[in-house]
Design a protein around this ligand. Sequence first.
Ligand SMILES: [Zn+2]
Length: 293
Amino acid sequence: MTKCPLCKSGLFLNHIEVTDYAVSKETFILCKCTQCQLVFTNPRPSEDAIQPYYDFPEYYSHGNENKSLTSFLYSQVRKIAIKNKYKLVDSLNSSHSILDIGCGTGDFLSYLQKQGWQVQGIEPNKKARHQAQEKLGIKVSKSIDKLEEDGKFGVITLFHVLEHIHSLKKGLKYIIKSLLSNGYILIAVPNHESQDAKNYGAYWAGWDVPRHLYHFNDASIEYLAQKYDLQLVDKKPMVFDSYYVSLLSEKYQNPKSSIVSTYMKSIMQGYKSNQAAGKSGIYSSNLYILQKK
Ligand SMILES: [Zn+2]
């Protein structure tokens, strides 16, 4: 890429080299834009070429099976997270219609549907999409391009999704177009300036290259809001993410450590990150609430 995918500036510098520990073991370069501060994976695989990089058995958000302790804990945390997410979207003053982009197997939407919400989902993964369709009894779209057919929504959510979208500009344009006026966009993304990111450096699981094409901080989200005429109304911590990201990072950094030691260290590190974020406001992952002006 010769230009920053967010602000189109040609001024960017090499930031860090990161290995894809989860799948390919390949190394990728990340660049940092000097204008909007966005960090982006560059070069990056094309939309077609990236598919094999998603091919790993432990892609939890798409599975319903509890095979290991980690995935069991993850599913328990997810249940709590769904309730918390529901409380949050319900507190927003919106028409009760929602589009969840990257809805996975549709658990969050199913919860909302039971509360009387009009729900719609987008999920690129075939297996997850079919499960979501079955659960929700609606057609779940494969990609963002089909959005126009789905009408307008009071809330659009992207939980750990925006960093995966190849055409950032086109994607955001579609999303904003599909939002009712005064509607809300909820964006959850990892923050590479968090304490756990700094602690693990190139081993930080939040980089997740090449699947994560963009790596945000507060400044780049603020830039995005301004560029797309959105108002940043609130920022919420995602307190579980620091533990999960620390667990993965710990495995990447010390693959030969015992399970007990890995868990102990990552619990301590996750806690430490949240403590630091209590003062700085920079959590491992943050949820940004943006409103259409
Ligand atoms: Zn930029």
